[in-house]
Structures are given as structure tokens and as C-alpha cells.
Ligand binder design. Structure first.
Ligand SMILES: [Fe+2]
Length: 216
């Protein structure tokens, strides 16, 4: 007999939460106001000059290699959205970044001989209907002149290539990085700085990071 009185408040809370959620998604105009467009950032000089044979979304393992890349394992995901918050499908998301020694895959990279051969350095993911992408990679490290960052390119048919960079929240060098500081609008700058947070339940110290890309 007590059951309904125990269940009802919970149900009501759940319903309210759902209604709020539904409202947020059914009024595009209202939702769009909370979305900050991801600022464009320079592609930089280190997009791979020779694409690796393996371009999948797991940067920790190259082809059938058994030795994983060195570095802090990070599950990097997010959504590609338009300015109204609608997911964009068939967007080719590419990332590239230095290995744990600060070396790019690009043959012109600083200290190229010291490269971690087990790190793929580049990866691709094609979004589906949810706009979601996912990579397994390492937490970026600094290299001379730059705070840690991951380069992104988003390619879509009929649209100009979009490039940006994603940064690690809390990195001391963020405040001194010329390219990051080049984003003048604080809201836009915050939109490219994301948490690399410990992954719940991971016994090997993996991290998770979410970076949504909002296109204009
Ligand atoms: Fe870079």
C-alpha cells in the first residue's frame, strides 16, 4: 500500500527531467542560444605529409601491432553539430597530435628520429546519424613552443574544410600559448579547452575527454 507514495515523487522527478530535456531539443531557437560555435584554428604545418597505412580511430595500436603507444590512454569523443544543435552525419573527423615524446608523424617534425613508432599519430572517424565521433588516443603532451593540444579537421562534401585544435583544461602553459590566446572571445576560447578526466572504474588510469564541434 505504501508503494505508490514512495514511487510517485521519483516518477514525477523523472518526468520533469524528461520534459525539460524534450523542451530543450524541440525548440531549436532556444537551444541554439546555448551553443557556442567552435572557433577555427590554424591547421599548422604538421598534418601528416605521408598518411599512415593505418588511419583508424585507435591511435594506440598501429595495424596488428602488439606493443601499444606510450602515453596516458584517453577516450576522446564528442559530436559534430550545426549551430542549431542538430547532429551532422557523414562528417569525416580527422585528428593528429604528437606522441608522448612530442614528435609528429610528419617527417619535418622536431626530433623525428625519437618518434614512438607504436603511436599512429593520426586517425579518422566518419560520423553517423548522431554526429558522434570516438578516438582512443593519448593525452597530448607539450612540445617546444606549444601547450598540449590535439589537431582536428572536419571534412564534409560541399563544404570548406574546418580545422581547429582542442586543449587540456588546467595546463599551465595554456595561458602562454600564442595560438590559443589568439581566440579573443573568452567563451569561444573555453569551447576548445576540455577536461581530461579520470575514467570511472579504470584500473589503469585511463582518461575521458568530450569535445563537441559546433559548426556555423
Ligand atoms: Fe600542433
Amino acid at each position: 500500500m505504501n508503494e505508490p507514495s514512495i514511487l510517485l515523487p521519483g516518477r514525477r522527478r523523472l518526468l520533469r527531467a524528461f520534459v525539460t530535456f524534450a523542451a530543450a531539443f524541440s525548440v531549436p531557437g532556444a537551444f541554439a542560444e546555448v551553443l557556442t560555435r567552435t572557433p577555427r584554428q590554424t591547421e599548422g604545418p604538421f598534418y601528416p605529409n605521408h598518411l599512415p597505412l593505418d588511419t583508424d580511430n585507435d591511435l594506440l595500436i598501429v595495424n596488428d601491432g602488439i606493443t601499444p603507444a606510450v602515453g596516458r590512454i584517453t577516450h576522446l569523443s564528442g559530436r559534430v553539430l550545426d549551430a542549431r544543435g542538430e547532429p551532422i552525419r557523414n562528417a569525416l573527423v580527422e585528428i593528429w597530435q604528437v606522441d608522448n615524446n612530442g614528435v609528429y608523424l610528419h617527417s619535418g617534425s622536431n626530433n623525428h628520429g625519437g618518434r614512438d613508432k607504436n603511436f599512429q599519430g593520426f586517425g579518422r572517424f566518419l560520423t553517423g546519424s548522431t554526429g558522434e565521433y570516438y578516438f582512443r588516443t593519448i593525452k597530448p603532451v607539450p612540445y617546444p613552443g606549444r601547450t598540449p593540444h590535439i589537431h582536428f579537421a572536419v571534412k564534409m562534401r560541399g563544404r570548406e574544410k574546418f580545422t581547429t585544435q582542442c586543449y587540456v583544461k588546467g595546463e599551465l602553459q595554456n595561458a602562454r600559448d600564442g595560438i590559443l590566446r589568439g581566440i579573443r572571445d573568452p567563451k569561444a576560447r573555453d569551447a576548445v579547452i576540455v577536461d581530461f578526466a579520470p575514467l570511472k572504474g579504470s584500473r589503469i588510469g585511463e582518461l575521458a575527454a568530450r569535445f563537441d564541434i559546433v559548426l556555423g
